[in-house]
Design a protein around this ligand. Structure first.
Ligand SMILES: Cc1cc2nc3c(=O)[nH]c(=O)nc-3n(C[C@H](O)[C@H](O)[C@H](O)COP(=O)(O)O)c2cc1C
Length: 354
């Protein structure tokens, strides 16, 4: 028996997007306490940090929480690509009186090979576990299902969504082209159809028998309501929550978000395509080809080092400022107030439709 979204007993079909580096226990708890699904993005966390974040969240809420992991295929680093990438960054580091790293490291492991993280997830038994960039092996999925955990995975095409459904996953996140953060492509070098959120949601809802969660560019309660009319059972909102004081977004990220919110797709920060606010990093790397960028997450090792060097000299524009293309509509409210506003807008939109 597949788990259903109704079993989560939400007051409003809003899933706070898991956002590695940005979502926090305080945000997840506030959203869950306000009747939505809270989430922790643990894709880049160590097992120790993940355990701490899970415990902190449980201490603040008994509501439903989604723990999210990256299931990318571990990639080989090509030495010559890494060498050229490091050399290319030399002058940029020098601007901030720093030096680039001598070599690039795999700064975090994929969930598919991280046995200790899998055991932590099994032991934590959250209401929901979700996967981005791919899926864990069938035996792991079976063990998680036996623990009563609802399983969710992202898909950007009908083909990937069918793979998700065939693996016995309970629901699929339809991640539209406007979505902030990393594209959840299973093969990051494969074709990207760039379907917008409405088109992808309608396509998956029509062709799959599992629930679809719409994600990408959904910013208010009317958008959540609209996503249900496309066939979604819930909406996953990321960018809408970045401005909440509970997130880990730094002042530079918040300021850039407030400035107008132009976004671009870039592979140069982490090694995988992701939608980011237009900033100094994306402008510096605007002309690089995919072939020049080292594998994920090795590229992120240099990206994070450059951001740290720039920040130390007062330049906030080199961060991984992931955001969706509707970022201009972001609000800067405490999560409980934002949830209240989403609820009121959702109800008003429902009344309009009736
Ligand atoms: C700052 C940020 C970080 C993100 N990190 C993750 C992540 O760790 N795991 C994940 O599955 N999705 C991640 N996403 C993508 C979201 O799950 C979702 O697809 C996206 O936020 C929806 O588009 P929106 O930002 O326009 O609402 C991230 C998005 C943002 C904005």
């Amino acid at each position: 028996m597949r788990k259903t979204i109704e079993e989560l007993s939400l007051d409003i079909p809003v899933f706070q997007a898991p956002m590695a580096g940005t979502s926090t226990p305080a945000l997840a708890a506030a959203v869950a306490n306000a009747g939505g699904l809270g989430a922790l993005g643990l894709g880049a966390a160590s097992v120790e940090t993940a355990a701490k974040m899970i415990a902190e969240t449980s201490a603040m809420t008994g509501g439903p929480i989604n723990l999210n992991f990256f299931c990318h295929k571990p990639m080989e680093l090509r030495e010559e690509v890494a060498r050229d990438w490091i050399a290319r960054s030399q002058s940029r580091f020098e601007r901030f009186e720093a030096a680039p790293p001598n070599e690039l490291h795999e700064i975090y492991q994929s969930f598919v090979v991280n046995q200790a993280m899998f055991e932590l997830l099994l032991e934590s038994a959250p209401a929901v576990a979700s996967f981005h960039f791919g899926l864990p092996a069938a035996d792991k999925l079976a063990a998680l299902r036996d623990r009563g955990i609802m399983l969710i995975a992202s898909a950007l095409s009908l083909e990937d969504a069918r793979r998700v459904e065939a693996a016995g996953i309970d629901a699929v996140v339809a991640q539209g082209w406007s979505a902030g953060g990393h594209r959840g492509l299973i093969d990051e070098n494969g074709p990207d159809e760039r379907l917008d959120t409405e088109a992808l949601t309608r396509l998956l809802a029509k062709n799959l028998s599992i629930p679809v969660i719409a994600a990408g560019g959904l910013m208010d309660g009317a958008d959540v309501r609209a996503s249900l009319s496309w066939g979604a059972e819930a909406a996953q909102l990321g960018t809408a929550f970045i401005g909440c004081p509970e997130t880990a977004a730094d002042d530079g990220f918040r300021a850039r978000l407030a400035e107008g919110g132009k976004t671009v797709m870039t592979r140069a920060i982490s090694g995988r395509p992701a939608r980011c606010l237009d900033n100094e990093f994306t402008r510096w790397t605007a002309d690089v080809s995919d072939a020049e960028v080292p594998a994920y997450p090795y590229t992120y090792d240099l990206g994070k080092a450059l951001n740290a060097a720039a920040k130390a000299k007062g330049e906030p524009g080199y961060g991984a400022q992931w955001a969706g293309s509707e970022a201009a509509r972001a609000r800067f409210l405490p999560a409980a107030e934002l949830m209240q506003a989403l609820m009121e807008e959702f109800e008003a939109a429902e009344a309009d439709v009736a």
